[in-house]
Design a protein around this ligand. Structure first.
Ligand SMILES: NC(=O)c1ccc[n+]([C@@H]2O[C@H](COP(=O)([O-])OP(=O)(O)OC[C@H]3O[C@@H](n4cnc5c(N)ncnc54)[C@H](O)[C@@H]3O)[C@@H](O)[C@H]2O)c1
Length: 427
């Protein structure tokens, strides 16, 4: 008789929660941050938004006692132990960080910039200002992901050899017209959560093969449908596949994460993205292989969802790290004391943006061994990358006269990145 596994759906909470000060109080703060903090009993001590009317409305709606009139006021008047909760468009992150007092704690909404150059600027600012800064990748703290984590950590499904994320949904991109100016918006504003999720479970891949394409009905936007193959060698498979233009009703929409192991499997349906904007219920099911029995899936009731509950975990992770009840902060940009851990720049590798670099380096390394169809595919993607990432010096500095030297340099960069980025999971 098998003992029932323990399924944990709640994130670890701090013993002594710190006050939170919001910078940027728009849609995601209203829909998810504040409801999550209210649920967790965290205090929002004050808020600032460039749009002061909106700031006042939010303060009234959520009983926030102080509305700051400027970032200068935030810097001088916020409680000394406050965590700054930054939720502004990615392009505004450097402006905000540069005005915060040194040595403080910050949780920054994803993405960490809209390209590699912006990510490096953010990383450099965190380093210069000795900020304890983390990126708000909260999918890893969604109740269904924590539940999967607890089953996997107990060895219930055995050794994981397959992780798949698929979203076939209809996303009304026109509601976020600012994304029309962003290169690869689907990756940076959406699939970035899945990339973080895959890395949270499987660690750093050797590289990622990736292609993000436009849709004929949204030609004003760059890639809105994405395929990613994570390279973890010859046995472990991880894929992310998203199509946000499935406008054919709910019947064949899907949005799931699936883990397969040698003793069982877990499948989670993420209802949030389906049937937009109403959403659909989440679903958590797992199946254990038992000798002599046909595989059977069982459902587990969920307590909460991605929004708002996952936001409890990302904020709690910062609080736990600061009070020392957790030794690691999984999405940390910079170490606690701002010291130089390993590798260049002295900071942990930014989580959002090494993808293009990994893609290119790995593709170059494996090119000779790839099948012909794949070479064509990769070549096309590399050309696109060279044109679409003008800020990314490391992937644009290709010198035809000195290919081997360039290749060695890039391979070396990748190795540096690997040593810089410890497997820092705690969940
Ligand atoms: N699941 C998630 O993690 C998730 C979901 C949605 C949005 N987001 C991210 O959160 C961020 C904000 O998204 P949103 O949907 O709330 O956008 P929004 O446009 O509704 O709100 C952004 C707010 O930031 C304010 N703002 C802009 N620049 C500012 C500055 N320099 N100082 C202070 N306030 C400033 C604006 O006035 C606005 O109120 C984006 O980066 C987005 O990618 C994350």
């Amino acid at each position: 008789m098998m003992t029932e596994p323990q399924i944990i759906q709640k994130a670890r909470l701090p013993h002594s929660p710190r006050p939170i000060v919001s910078i940027g109080a728009g849609g995601i703060v209203r829909d998810a941050h504040y409801p999550a903090y209210r649920k967790a009993g965290f205090t929002v001590a004050g808020l600032f938004d460039l749009d002061q009317d909106r700031a006042q409305q939010m303060a009234t709606e959520f009983n926030v006692p102080i509305v700051y009139r400027s970032l200068a006021e935030v810097a001088t008047q916020a409680p000394a132990d406050a965590i700054f909760d930054v939720a502004v468009p990615a392009s505004a992150i450097p402006t905000v960080l540069s005005q915060l007092p040194d040595g403080r704690a910050v949780l920054i909404q994803k993405p960490m910039g809209e390209n590699l150059a912006q990510a490096r600027t953010i990383r450099a600012l965190c380093h210069e200002k000795k900020l304890t800064a983390a990126i708000n990748f909260q999918l890893r703290y969604a109740p269904f992901v924590l539940a999967a984590r607890s089953l996997i950590d107990q060895g219930v499904i055995g050794k994981v050899h397959d992780l798949e994320v698929r979203a076939t949904v209809y996303t009304p991109w026109h509601l976020w017209s600012f994304l029309e100016k962003v290169a690869k918006p689907e990756i940076f504003y959406h699939s970035i959560h899945y990339i973080d999720l895959v890395r949270a479970f499987l660690g750093e891949p050797d590289g990622i093969y990736c292609k993000s394409v436009k849709h004929p009905k949204a030609m004003q936007m760059d890639g809105t449908r994405t395929n990613m193959i994570f390279d973890y060698g010859d046995v472990l498979r991880a894929n992310v596949e998203t199509n946000h233009h499935h406008e054919y009703g709910l019947r064949h929409q899907e949005s799931y994460i699936k883990w397969e192991g040698d003793q069982g499997a877990i499948k989670v349906t993420m209802g949030l993205l389906m049937n937009y904007p109403q959403g659909e219920p989440d679903l958590f099911e797992y199946c254990l292989l038992q000798t002599g029995k046909a595989p059977e899936w069982q459902a587990v009731a969920l307590d909460g969802s991605w929004f708002p509950d996952a936001m409890i975990g990302s904020m709690a992770s910062v609080m736990c790290y600061l009070e020392g009840s957790s030794a690691v902060l999984p999405t940390l940009i910079l170490s606690r004391n701002g010291s130089l851990p390993v590798g260049e720049g002295g900071v942990d590798r930014p989580k959002s943006l090494p993808i293009a670099k990994a893609l290119k380096t790995r593709a170059e390394r494996d090119f000779d061994h790839a099948p012909l169809w794949f070479k064509d595919y990769i070549m096309k993607e590399l050309l696109e990358l060279d044109h679409s990432s003008p800020g990314d010096k490391s992937i644009n500095d290709h010198d035809n006269s000195n290919d081997q030297e360039q290749m060695n340099k890039r391979t070396g960069d990748m190795e540096d990145d690997k040593t810089e980025n410890p497997q820092n999971e705690e969940n």
